[in-house]
Write a protein that binds this ligand. Structure first.
Ligand SMILES: [Mg+2]
Length: 175
């Protein structure tokens, strides 16, 4: 399998990962996918889990930025409601917009981490920019057609990564 498809670590959901994990890796900014990572596609306002998660991370002094491929309207409404920064039209799996974001924000690739639910977008964009990526399980089976299409490639890759132990669970990582 192409190395670009292999995440740094695996997680069931983003909500199980505490701020201390990111801090122990020297991460300053947690870049997070929106759809099916923080909330399902069909949810337009943040639910309880992402709200609690955000409080804990911001409280620990981490920066949170939602990086989404989705439209400005959807992303800005959600991010504003949650009270975090956002960037939309990120063109993942392409890593150009992510590299530009890091340069603009004066962040080294190692000072950021990307958390997302798709190998074909999140993992590839992160690896292309030299940013570590935690791959989560999608929150909800209801997905738009282009994501369903991506899952045709995502599912077998994910299975292989787990079967061959190509990426550890985040809990197994001790810096
Ligand atoms: Mg997603």
């Amino acid at each position: 399998m192409r190395r670009r498809c292999i995440p740094f670590a695996l997680a069931e959901t983003i909500f199980e990962i505490p701020a201390s994990f990111y801090q122990s890796l020297g991460v300053k900014a947690v870049l997070v996918d929106l759809d099916n990572t923080l909330d399902p596609y069909v949810v337009s306002d943040p639910t309880e889990s992402p709200k609690k998660w955000k409080e804990a991370l911001l409280g620990a002094g981490l920066r949170i930025v939602i990086l989404s491929n989705n439209s400005g309207k959807r992303v800005s409404r959600y991010a504003t409601e949650l009270g975090v920064e956002h960037r939309c039209f990120m063109k993942k799996p392409f890593s150009g917009p992510l590299k530009r974001f890091l340069a603009q924000e004066n962040l080294k690739p190692g000072e950021a981490i990307l958390v997302g639910d798709q190998i074909m977008t999140d993992v590839q964009a992160a690896n292309g920019a030299g940013v570590r990526c935690v791959l989560t399980e999608p929150l909800d089976p209801r997905e738009p057609p282009w994501t369903k299409f991506n899952r045709l490639f995502d599912r077998p890759k994910r299975k292989k990564i787990k079967a061959k132990g190509l990426a550890p669970d985040w809990k197994e990582i001790v810096p």
